[in-house]
Design a binder for this molecule. Structure first.
Ligand code: GSH
Length: 211
């Protein structure tokens, strides 16, 4: 297997952490998004949408979309389960995972994408042509992230992990969201969010977080 990856970006990191939790390794090809390598002819021949992560199986099958890649790894390497073990836990983890994407990751992406000078004419990612960034979306994204921190902090006051008692793909999405929001969008976790900080310290200490 070969993973088209970008160390600087949050979605590929979600897959790297997911694989590390499972002990799965594969070839790694680094694509520099800032330099626009994801829009090169060579990469678009692999994934015409121009997005990372993209996984290529040994038989040439291409799988894109972070959650689809995680699903493939979960099915082929079931232990430890990261996407639930029965109909209810599978549904709950999937719901929480979507909450992490829609409530947090989208805001962090908007905050960075619409303020980073290198993306001034790449307001939307991927192979969509020239679309200007909208600076006001950056401010809205920061507001979304702060709201997300508060909501997740409240949830974690009564829950060890993002989706119940076990570490799951929802924790991976939240960790990658928060680290990206802190480093790239410059929205750190407020000190008042003590439960979120407790959780962040715990999941960051897992060896997979280094992936
Ligand atoms: N829905 C896709 C989104 C992937 C995505 O947005 N990837 C970013 C990196 S985090 C990317 O490839 N951006 C390309 C660009 O900015 O042109 C997924 O979940 O995999």
């Amino acid at each position: 297997m070969k993973l088209y990856d970008s160390t600087m970006a949050p979605n590929p990191r979600r897959v790297r952490i997911f694989m590390a939790e499972k002990g799965v390794t594969c070839d790694n090809v680094q694509i520099d998004i800032i330099k626009g390598e994801n829009l090169s002819e060579e990469f678009l021949a692999v994934n015409p949408r121009g997005f990372l992560p993209t996984l290529v199986l040994d038989d040439g099958t291409v799988i894109d979309e972070t959650v689809a890649i995680c699903r493939y790894i979960e099915e082929t390497h079931p232990e430890p389960p990261l996407m639930g073990t029965d109909p209810v836990s599978k549904a709950q983890i999937e719901a929480r995972q979507r909450h992490m994407e829609f409530d947090g990751l989208l805001g962090a992406m908007d905050a960075f994408r619409n303020s980073f000078p290198g993306f001034a004419s790449r307001g939307l990612g991927g192979n969509v042509g020239t679309i200007d960034a909208i600076p006001a979306l950056s401010e809205r994204g920061k507001t979304m992230v702060l709201k997300y921190y508060e909501t997740l902090n409240d949830h974690l006051a009564g829950s060890k992990f993002v989706a119940g008692d076990a570490f799951s793909v929802a924790d991976i999405t939240a960790l990658c969201t928060i680290d990206f929001a802190t480093a790239a969008a410059r929205v750190p976790i407020p000190d008042a969010c003590e439960d979120l900080k407790r959780w962040h310290g715990e999941v960051s200490a897992r060896p997979s977080a280094q992936a």
